[in-house]
Design a protein around this ligand. Structure first.
Ligand code: PPS
Ligand code: ADP
Length: 638
């Protein structure tokens, strides 16, 4: 169609959606051959290029009589690698269903920064594995970097299947290995394809040599189809409106527009918005673009917005929903990829560009460096080129910020050397440490002067030495339901298996830490708050904490849960019916309560709010203790 009706061709292409992906692997894994094949089989190679590589294949190719498609890509690559700065090579191709941009970066460790750059705009990563060697150090490195940059779709292309006789057994083995490692990643969509890029199996066309790939257990589609159908529409954050203002457009006195790329959320005229950090509110009147006004704008679109009121907004400010409550922060944790030969220095003044805002600041501490090959955490006092570390950033002014995983556009930044103006690092915000509420919410309280002192040994490092992470198993249930007995049995079993544990039990804590508290609702809430904090400290020390408290209120349990990372707090409802607890009555408390001698007794004259979303519900009537303990251990996934 290109030659017959170029206009129609372009129109058709404009309508198609675009997938940006990154290919991770080295030439040895068959990466260049794979890219060459995608370009070739989707007819994106010019006739003269094909003629040239056909000729070159005869003289310098490695594929015998067949055309060596790797030459197409490697020709460019060697050129690039001679240069001092190796950028990311972007290649374009398209099929009937989608347009694609491939970010092609070299696979070696010294190109980590290039890979991070390529990955930062990609929605999907193709991770190449040589079927003969399986999951390698570099597979883990590539997957980790892709994951760090928030890529949610990983396609694991097990290449060179022709060299292992298209063995399903080998493929299964690699898939199992990879899955075990991928447990540590956040990516939510993992696909596996057995392939031979060289011979064309399962790249564009389904291969007859892997019938087992198509009969159920696996995706059963070639790589290209996976690329064409990967569900990326919902990857971007459509719920939190974020428009960082790039510049204010004032061509004449009648028009004032705020220009920027919508980083997250959906924007329509009429939307009530608030500017940050000022907190001033207004309503969107028009969404202006080069091609006319829009009724709706989506993330990634460059727009100019006009507002109903004249409020003071400048470059770097954000427009968000008027109801949004976004704290301003000047101290935060971030993962930083260092991109310059001169190492990162803590305490040195750098410029930071956060979305459209410029701010000065310093990297005040490096919590740890992540070994990109083993994913282990190490103590570090500087970061060399290509190193990645979890750092603490302190800006000289408070700014609105997002967590990178929630909104990459407003949760990332670059670090700039103030003297040379060169970009030396890129970062992803992980956590706000010191926040203040913007504008009218600000209040002064005496506790605001307390700073959070950090230790150089981090929870991750403590966990590494212990051989497991700290977690919390939170038993909740009526008095006499069996919390203490189960907690005790669980601790015995975990100890037997070599885990480091600590049991916190209601009766014991109330003799010491909480001896000032009674059984009123307020006192129970304070009791559980303290227990939650203590449990968190133990977990940070790398210990599996088991708590056995009635903890009757849902909000209190949820507050404890919030102290932990996702997956590290396991709420276990010991669900024993009230009449059974009352029959057991080991301490005679139910009887006393019935006689009116105890006021506020849980279940009788004080409420117990049954968990709605506990990780586990245990029926002590139906199973013996050993079985129940095993259920908990299984759920702990240690
Ligand atoms: N009024 C009243 N209501 C409930 N329980 C009472 C009360 N008074 C004393 N006890 C004893 O205290 C234990 C409960 O303490 P907790 O710290 O687990 O309670 S709470 O979570 O703060 O609600 C509880 O222990 P368990 O039976 O092991 O649950 C009781 O033995
Ligand atoms: N799984 C179980 N099946 C039957 N009885 C149990 C079970 N777990 C505990 N019990 C009995 O119930 C009583 C209360 O157990 P306890 O662990 O002290 O509960 P809690 O700590 O929730 O008050 C004890 O007499 C104990 O022997």
């Amino acid at each position: 169609m290109i030659s017959e009706d170029i206009e129609a061709y372009l129109r058709e292409h404009e309508q198609k959606d675009l997938l940006r992906f990154i290919t991770c692997g080295s030439v040895d894994d068959g990466k260049s051959t794979l890219i060459g094949r995608l370009l070739h089989d989707s007819k994106m190679i010019y006739e003269d290029q094909l003629a040239a590589i056909t000729q070159a294949s005869k003289t310098s190719g490695t594929t015998g009589d067949a055309v060596d498609l790797a030459l197409l890509v490697d020709g460019l690559q060697s050129e690039r690698e001679q240069g001092i700065t190796i950028d990311v090579a972007y290649r374009f191709f398209s099929t009937d269903k989608r347009k694609f941009i491939i970010a092609d970066t070299p696979g070696h460790e010294q190109y980590t920064r290039n890979m991070a750059t390529g990955a930062s705009t990609a929605s999907l990563a193709v991770i190449l594995i040589d079927a003969r060697y399986g999951v390698q150090t570099q597979t883990r490195r590539h997957s980790f970097i892709a994951d760090l940059l928030g890529i949610q779709h990983l396609v694991i292309a097990v290449n060179k299947m022709d060299l292992v006789d298209f063995s399903q057994e080998r493929f299964d083995e690699i898939v199992a290995d990879y899955r075990e490692f991928a447990d540590k990643l956040n990516a939510r969509d993992l696909r596996f394809v057995p392939m031979s890029a060289l011979e064309g199996d399962n790249v564009v066309n389904p291969s007859e040599r892997t019938p087992w790939y198509f009969d159920g257990g696996y995706e059963g589609v070639p790589l290209l189809e996976l690329l064409e159908t990967a569900e990326i529409a919902h990857d971007s954050n459509l719920s939190d409106l974020r428009l960082p203002v790039q510049y204010v457009n004032r061509p004449n006195l009648d028009f004032r527009g705020y220009c920027g790329t919508l980083a997250a959320g959906i924007l329509r005229p009429g939307q009530a918005v608030k500017a940050l950090p000022s907190g001033k509110t207004s309503t969107v009147e028009r969404i202006v673009t080069f091609d006319g006004d829009l009724e709706v704008a989506y993330p990634g679109q460059a727009i100019t917005v006009t507002l109903a009121d004249e409020i003071d907004i400048s470059r770097g400010d954000w427009l968000v929903e008027d109801e949004a409550n976004i704290p301003l922060s000047n101290v935060f944790e971030a993962d930083i990829v260092w991109m310059h030969d001169t190492a990162l220095e803590t305490g040195k003044l750098y410029d930071f560009k956060l979305a459209t805002r410029d701010a000065a600041g310093q990297i005040s501490a490096i919590d740890y460096q992540i070994d990109v090959n083993t994913l282990e955490h190490r103590v570090a006092d500087h970061l060399d080129l290509n190193a990645i570390g979890r750092c603490r950033v302190e800006l000289t002014t408070s700014v609105p910020l997002d967590d990178y995983r929630r909104s990459p556009g407003t949760g990332s930044f670059i670090v700039i050397d103030r003297l040379t103006n060169v970009t030396v690092g890129a970062g992803m915000v992980h956590q706000m440490l010191e926040t203040e509420l913007p504008y009218e919410f600000r209040a002064h309280d005496s506790k605001a002067d307390v700073v959070w002192n950090r230790s150089s040994v981090t929870p991750a490092m403590r966990a590494q030495i212990k051989g497991h992470r700290g977690k919390c198993v939170w038993f909740t249930g009526l008095s006499g339901s069996g919390k203490s007995s189960l907690g005790n049995a669980l601790e015995v079993e975990l100890n037997r298996r070599g885990y480091h544990t600590m049991l916190l039990d209601g009766d014991n804590i109330r003799h010491g830490l909480c001896k000032d508290l009674g059984m009123s609702e307020a006192d129970r809430t304070e009791n559980i708050r303290r227990v939650g904090e203590i449990a968190k400290l133990f977990a940070d020390a790398g210990i599996i904490v088991i708590t056995a408290f009635i903890s009757p209120f849902r909000a209190d349990r949820d507050a404890a849960r919030k102290l932990f990372n996702d997956g590290d707090f396991i709420e276990v409802h010991v669900d024993t019916p009230m009449d059974i607890c009352e029959q057991r009555d080991p301490k005679g408390l139910y009887q006393k309560a019935r006689e009116g001698k105890i006021k506020d007794f849980t279940g009788i004259n004080s409420p117990y709010e049954v968990p709605k979303a506990a990780e586990l519900t245990l029926k002590t009537m139906d199973h013996d203790q050993k079985e129940l303990v095993n259920q908990v251990i299984k759920r702990l996934s240690l």
